[in-house]
Design a protein around this ligand. Structure first.
Ligand code: ADP
Ligand code: MG
Length: 495
């Protein structure tokens, strides 16, 4: 049994009344005198207060049960998120603003700051990435690094983030097959030279040797054998020593050379002949050589170009001109990710950073997923929030590192999945209630189901400002017809 009217403790009331200035004598008759049928003071001891109408009517409490008292607790629409975060849009059920910031929400509402966005083409995923993932976080001092995979509709020779990058005063860092673009040396001194054998904690970003192995497996299209691995590691160590002795920066070409022509000292150390050591490494060396000369030419085999640097604000790595098929894309994306994680790991006074990967299945489908997962593990230590964008759950092979990467994202945005199997797969993958299934099939453009940590998902409409609407408009025809007018309206550069 509970009393639905609570009485204030005596002490508090006494204090309150002492400080209260009483109304002058001229006030009209106290309410208590006007309505003697109502108990005004509810037994409170401060008669003066009651006399001058300082209290609301306070009838004696009635005895009730919790069940009965429920009726006095009418439904109140409430925002599904706290007010602490960046505005995403409007909750369609309550009409409240939806605020969320994956870094700020850690560790209270989410166990990690990673975000996954999934949805059909044209459902407005990139729009969320460009606004809520990039522009808005920069207002609160975040750095944003984007891997831009999709060619822009208005200019297919560059990625869709190029315009956004220029709007922020920068230029994209562009990777092109055959040189002429930017390059990240996979043996860049920023990337730790520590070998996996040296690593004691596993809490460090992937090292050069882990990256080299992933690249080798990617170009071979299969895991490398223990002997191939030994030949690769031996050649890597020797190449580092050679480069140091010659005062040059090590590159992958030095490693390939040392696989084809191993040092006598190394074969003697392994108690095998030089020919045997060369034999162990032949397949890997020749395949690496072919890729470095063809598919990856100029992108990972020279010194890192000057435009590749961690800068404050927005950095866009444009990989939109790399072929969809073949390992180049996955390798370049992984090298960028590893370079970035190592740089952030070593940087002093680093800012919190968002790493946004559009069309992320290139990253997670392949053998490089192991490297990406290792990068993800150190994210918390370096204030990194990883954002992965996909079309469908079927893009993610079950039971792989890729699936683990996605499941480790505690902020999930599911945009429309028009096909029933895709919608069902999304419900299963993200542990959504069964009632989400018809919702996912019918979500309007710009509307998604958002799930934060273990909270129930809710339907939210993403909102864009006028400028954001222009910068996220990927409808080519519309852009061609109205961009210059809109730019003039909003003071954007028209060049
Ligand atoms: N919040 C929104 N509300 C309504 N339409 C939107 C919204 N965001 C983007 N759009 C429109 O949807 C279209 C597709 O957006 P885009 O972000 O490129 O989709 P996706 O990345 O899923 O392919 C664009 O023409 C864009 O103007
Ligand atoms: Mg997109």
């Amino acid at each position: 049994m509970i009393s639905i009217f609570t009485r204030a403790p005596k002490k508090t009331i006494k204090n309150t009344v002492k400080k209260t200035r009483l109304p002058p004598e001229s006030v009209s008759a106290p309410l208590a005198e006007q309505r003697p049928d109502i108990t005004w003071d509810a037994g409170r001891q401060t008669r003066k207060g009651s006399r001058y109408g300082l209290y609301d009517p306070a009838p004696e409490g009635a005895i009730s049960t919790t069940r009965q008292a429920e009726v006095s607790n009418l439904a109140v629409p409430w925002s599904p998120t706290s007010y602490k975060g960046l505005l995403f849009g409007i909750d369609l059920e309550s009409g409240w603003g939806v605020m969320h910031d994956p870094i700020f929400a850690y560790p209270h509402t989410v166990n990690n700051a990673n975000v996954v966005v999934i949805g059909d083409i044209g459902s407005a995923k990139s729009s969320a990435g460009k606004t809520w993932g990039c522009l808005r976080p920069m207002i609160i001092g975040r750095n944003v690094i984007v891997i831009d995979k999709k060619p822009s509709d208005s200019n297919p020779e560059e990625g869709e983030y190029a315009e956004l990058c220029r709007y922020q005063g920068g230029e994209p860092v562009t990777f092109k097959i055959g040189g002429g673009g930017s390059c990240i040396n996979i043996f860049d001194p920023s990337i730790s030279a520590e070998t996996e054998e040296d690593s004691t904690t596993g809490e460090t970003p992937p090292s050069q040797s882990m990256l080299l192995r992933a690249v080798a497996e990617e170009v071979l299209g299969r895991p490398i054998s223990p002997r191939e691995g030994k030949a690769l590691r031996t050649a890597h160590r020797r190449a580092l020593k050679d480069a140091k002795a010659q005062g040059i920066t090590p590159t992958i070409r030095l490693v390939i050379n040392r696989m084809i022509d191993p040092a006598e000292e190394d074969s003697a150390h392994l108690e095998i002949s030089k020919a045997t050591l060369r034999e162990w490494g032949y397949d890997v060396a020749f395949e690496l050589e072919r890729f470095v000369e063809e598919d990856l030419a100029g992108m990972i085999d020279n010194e890192t170009t000057k435009d590749v640097k961690l800068k404050d604000g927005l950095t866009v790595f444009d990989v939109s001109q790399l072929p969809e098929n073949g390992p180049a894309l996955a390798i370049v994306m992984t090298v960028i990710n590893t370079w970035m994680t190592n740089r952030l790991f070593k940087a002093k006074n680093r800012r919190q950073t968002h790493f946004v990967v559009e069309e992320a299945w290139h990253l997670v489908q392949t053998s490089v997923a192991k490297v990406i997962r290792r990068n993800q593990k150190v994210s918390r230590a370096i204030g990194l929030s990883n954002w992965f964008f996909f079309h469908h759950v079927s893009d993610i092979p079950a039971g792989t590192d890729a699936e683990a990467i996605i499941k480790e994202c505690d902020t999930v945005l599911v945009y429309q999945q028009k096909k029933a199997p895709d919608a069902r797969a999304a419900v299963d993958m993200f542990d959504l209630p069964a009632s989400s299934y018809p919702t996912i099939l019918n979500l309007a453009t710009g509307t998604c189901l958002m799930k934060i940590g273990n909270e129930a998902p809710f339907e939210v409409k993403h909102l864009r400002s006028d400028v954001e609407t222009i910068l996220t408009d990927t409808d080519k025809a519309l852009v061609a017809r109205t961009t210059s007018e809109k730019e003039q309206d909003h003071g954007l550069p028209t060049a």
